[in-house]
Design a protein around this ligand. Structure first.
Ligand code: NAD
Length: 264
């Protein structure tokens, strides 16, 4: 079939309503900024203090728009329901959900504490489930939507030398949940994809960088065929692609952005 699209607007998100969890710092902040730059209104979800998120959305709204900051713990069903109710009351719809919030409690398996395992699963896996259910209800009702889960290369490989099995297992679950949601919700015209980043410089990783420069040199950067770790802005293109009509025939995909680390 001959193309009939206006390709100049393929990545345009003008007026779309996006929710980004953990959206005020690190990767989530860059993803929020990228979506806003393409014209989306963004609900920046934060676990605790609203201050930074409010500054961020004030910038998004400076030239018009209806972005807002909201506090919610994605592992708490009551918080997630309140968040979805706020989105519905304010926007009446939801076009894009980015499940970015995530935590890591490193530690070897032999004596790993069950409370840390459960905490990891409750944020990284149940958080994605709860948010997808609550915002997915709006998407199902309107018959459209794009959900983007932030997985990890750690959901595909056992990255080394640090031991963090709980995190790895949680991200593998995020990848499989992405595929299950994509399959179940295709009939509602909701696409569900994941981004699997490699090592990216953020608050989450910079302490490790500072304390263990040799690990970065000998493992993190060296592992990637591009011989470096990534920056948060190098994930912006992936989220805009998966959120926009540019990826209209893509669902259930785990989109790797890792400088080639998982190639070998
Ligand atoms: P970060 O710690 O800088 O940001 C995580 C954000 O999630 C924070 O804003 C935090 O407040 C929020 N959050 C945590 N628990 C929450 C909860 N219960 N409810 C609501 N918000 C919560 O980390 P980051 O490096 O920006 O990581 C973002 C995502 O990318 C995570 O899912 C992480 O697993 C994933 N990831 C990161 C890397 C990396 O190298 N940085 C690599 C692969 C995947």
């Amino acid at each position: 079939m001959a193309g009939s699209r206006d390709y100049t607007r393929l990545f345009d998100l003008t007026g779309r309503k996006a929710i980004v969890t953990g959206g005020s710092r690190g990767i989530g902040r860059a993803l929020s900024e990228a979506l806003a730059a393409q014209g989306a209104n963004v609900a920046v979800v934060v676990r605790s203090s609203l201050d930074i998120a409010e500054d961020l959305v004030a910038g998004f709204n400076a030239s018009g728009g209806d972005s807002f900051a909201i506090q919610a713990d994605v592992s708490q069903p009551g918080d997630v329901e309140r968040l979805a109710a706020e989105v519905e009351a304010r926007w009446g719809r939801a076009d894009i959900l980015v499940n970015n919030a995530g935590i890591i409690h490193p530690g070897p398996i032999d004596d790993y504490r069950l409370d840390l395992w459960r905490d990891t699963m409750s944020v990284n896996v149940e958080g994605v489930l709860l948010m997808s259910q609550a915002i997915g209800r709006l998407m199902i009702r309107q018959g459209s939507g794009s959900i983007i889960n932030i997985g990890s290369m750690s959901g595909r490989i056992v990255n080394w030398p640090f031991r963090h099995a709980a995190y790895n297992v949680s991200k593998a679950a995020v990848h499989m949940l992405t595929k299950c949601l994509a399959t179940e919700w295709a009939e509602h015209k909701i696409r569900v994809n994941a981004i699997a980043p490699g090592y990216i410089l953020t608050e989450l990783t910079e302490d490790v960088l500072r304390d263990n420069p040799e690990v970065v040199r000998d493992h993190w950067a060296k592992g990637a065929v591009m011989d470096r770790i990534g920056t948060v802005d190098e994930l912006a293109g992936a989220v805009v692609y998966l959120a926009s009509d540019a990826s209209s025939f893509t669902t259930g995909e785990i989109h790797t952005v890792d400088g080639g680390l998982t190639l070998r």
